[in-house]
Write a protein of this length. Sequence first.
Length: 292
Amino acid sequence: MATIEVDRTACIRCGACIAVCTSARVFELTDEGSRAVRPEACWRCGHCVAVCPTDAIDHSAFPLPECPILDPDRLPLLDELVAAFRARRSIRVFQPQPVGREIVRELVSAARWGPSASNNQALDWIALDDRERIAQLSRMTVDRLSKLVRLAANPLIGPIAGCIVGRPAVRAARRSVKSVRRLAVQKADGEDPVFFGAPVVLFGHTPIDNPFGRDDALYATHALMLAAERHDFGTCQIGIFQATAERAAELRRAIGLPEGRRLQVVIALGQGRYTYRRLLPRRIPNLIWNPR
């Protein structure tokens, strides 16, 4: 349980801590100032410490020396932020040079600033930079997909496969016959059709019972991708491995996924071989107000 104390001499009774603690309702306002009456309900979001104008809140999870004052002048302008969004591209052609492990640690650290449900911060990462191990994972993935496609196409075995891996997976396999065959040809030619020869592959995972783990992972992934761009590295989300590993225990074992954890996202990381000169347009989404 968090230890939360309010300095009555510093508290100006503005009520901000009470207003932002909308779910846990840790604080109450008294004649003497704010009081932490339900610290056991705190879910460690830190809003109270971040919003207090007089630093009156002493929270065991958020020591003030670790909570610097926000400087609005250091934040990017909206145009700069949108430019960073537009500049990011999914990279599938990588340079062979390795990526320093300190840079990987820095990117993973930057990813933690993405939001997480109830501020649970439960996303952890596995990093592979062993080229042969990455190549073996790629081959295993293609073999698994090829096997599933063969089973799905067999009129006798297909219904049984549906019971084992699920009918949606079988239907998807039937739709993907040509794509999987192309992957198999690339594999036979010595290519890496899954991770594109990236020197580093990151695997984000959360507790298996976390209902919002996928959301948390994707928020963190976007932050990591934008941070990678600042280091002139490229990234690509590898959905084909993540989706295949969901139904393939041998793939989860091959990456060393801990027991009780679910793989949520896979990212290829490396130096892009080419530099992109132009920003491209995208469809403006439909926006409907108050539909009936």
